[in-house]
Design a protein around this ligand. Structure first.
Ligand SMILES: [Zn+2]
Length: 435
């Protein structure tokens, strides 16, 4: 009897397990996204052959890149494959996907949707700024009229009083805060080292992770992280224009820690290699992951330097290294904080310029006015807008959404960093910020 009861209990337990299995996996075989992910990577590499710059980083099997090098098929053929792969992935029954595979499915589907739109752009199709942003990054920006930013300009008037246009007065004020060229390397290295120290207290980085720092010219951007695979990055800083002292920490956090270097390293080591999720061996630029990357890279500055810690560090370490007077640091911090309210003005200028409503000279003038900068820097901003178009929303709007997600974790530093680590090391989509 005792045995019988044990057998009955065992049978009941087995039945319960089977039912539990049915509830999550629907009776069919569990599905892995692995074969779909491989097709996604190969298609992404092929789109990279159609559009140079589309693939920001790749560290998967070299043979896959070799196979498409210089051999991209016609855009329509690639687009048909992208549509077919997306349809197959979308049709997978949810009941056969466990939690991890469901996340991979959402990630791959969102990225194929973006790829399909990017291929339409490669054929010359153009959409309105907000429509393009939504199609590529999965987030619709609210484009406010430029007049919305006039009150912020009026507040800045008080910080830079005098005659002539406000942009020239602010540019003249900022000029006092340029890092001398011969001090730039030391200042940048000290800034990145501090960003790293503050990050690795909270996020375990792969052994041997490292970066190389280079100074370059004639680029449309201010800084760039070229991820090399194996937790190695090449960080480039554009020195066409002198670098302001408060940009050192920004760049160190954004390109390095906890920004792009950390993000790419974690996706590579924990997902691509750690779990064999090969879709994380490739980084398409014009896709939702771009929104996550730029937003976290910018939100990481305040996370690593909460409250007045950036100013305190700059006064104690970076100003002396640059040969600048630390007593003048609060003035620049105040100005930078006030100009942050103007970040959305760039979207309005880009929208008008890219849709042909204003010409180049008008766009440069508006960027000068609303970014409070000199002509050369405004021209570089316009070059960035021409090259990357709606990608610019990833910085301001991306930062706001990442920061709001981190804020939801509460005031504790460990909880805030844990929230950041989740974004940086899982198949995280912009829609996940508001879930
Ligand atoms: Zn960036």
């Amino acid at each position: 009897m005792r045995e019988d009861r044990a057998v009955t209990r065992l049978a009941g337990l087995l039945m319960a397990l089977l039912l539990a299995g049915c509830a999550t996996l629907g009776g069919g075989k569990p599905v892995t996204l692995d074969p779909y992910a491989e097709r996604f990577v190969k298609l992404t590499l092929e789109i990279g052959e159609i559009e140079p710059g589309y693939v920001d980083a790749y560290h998967g099997p070299p043979a896959w890149a070799e196979a498409v090098k210089g051999k991209a098929r016609a855009i329509d053929v690639v687009a048909a494959d992208v549509a077919a792969l997306k349809a197959e992935i979308d049709a997978l029954p949810a009941s056969r996907l466990d939690a991890d595979q469901a996340k991979r499915r959402a990630y791959l589907s969102a990225h194929l949707r973006a790829a399909a739109f990017r291929l339409r752009m490669a054929k010359g199709e153009r959409a309105a700024f907000a429509d393009e942003a939504e199609a590529l990054f999965g987030v619709r920006p609210n484009i406010r009229p430029l007049t919305d930013f006039d009150p912020a300009l009026a507040r800045i008037e008080a910080l830079a009083p005098g005659e002539g246009p406000l942009s020239e007065r602010v540019a003249a004020l900022r000029k006092r805060y340029e890092i001398p060229a011969d001090k730039l390397d030391a200042v940048m290295r000290a800034a990145i080292a501090e960003c790293r120290t503050r990050t690795i207290r909270h996020i375990a980085m792969p052994a041997g992770e490292a970066f190389t720092l280079e100074f370059v010219t004639n680029k449309p951007w201010g800084g760039y992280n070229w991820y090399q695979g194996g937790a190695q990055s090449l960080i480039q800083v554009n020195v066409d224009q002198p670098v302001f002292i408060d940009r050192a920490v920004d760049l160190g956090c954004h390109e390095g820690y906890p920004g792009h270097h950390v993000h790419n390293s974690l996706l590579d080591v924990r997902l691509a290699r750690g779990k064999g999720w090969v879709e994380f061996s490739v980084f398409p630029l014009f896709a939702p992951i771009g929104f996550i990357a730029e937003g976290t890279a910018n939100a990481g500055i305040k996370l690593a330097f909460p409250g007045g810690e950036q100013l305190a560090f700059e006064q104690a370490v970076l100003y002396p290294l640059a040969g600048l007077d630390p007593a003048t640091a609060p003035k620049l911090a105040e100005l930078t904080a006030a100009t942050a309210a103007l970040s959305g003005a760039q979207y309005a200028v880009a929208d008008q310029y890219l849709s042909g409503k204003i010409d180049k000279a008008e766009a440069v003038a508006l960027l000068q006015k609303y970014q409070l900068t000199n002509k050369a820097r405004a021209e570089r901003s316009l070059r960035f807008i021409e090259t990357y178009r709606s990608y610019i929303i990833n910085y301001g709007l991306g930062r706001e959404m990442a920061a709001a997600y981190i804020d939801k974790a509460g005031a504790s530093q460990s909880a805030r960093w844990a929230a950041m680590e989740t974004i940086l090391s899982t198949p995280f989509l912009p829609a996940d910020y508001t879930k």
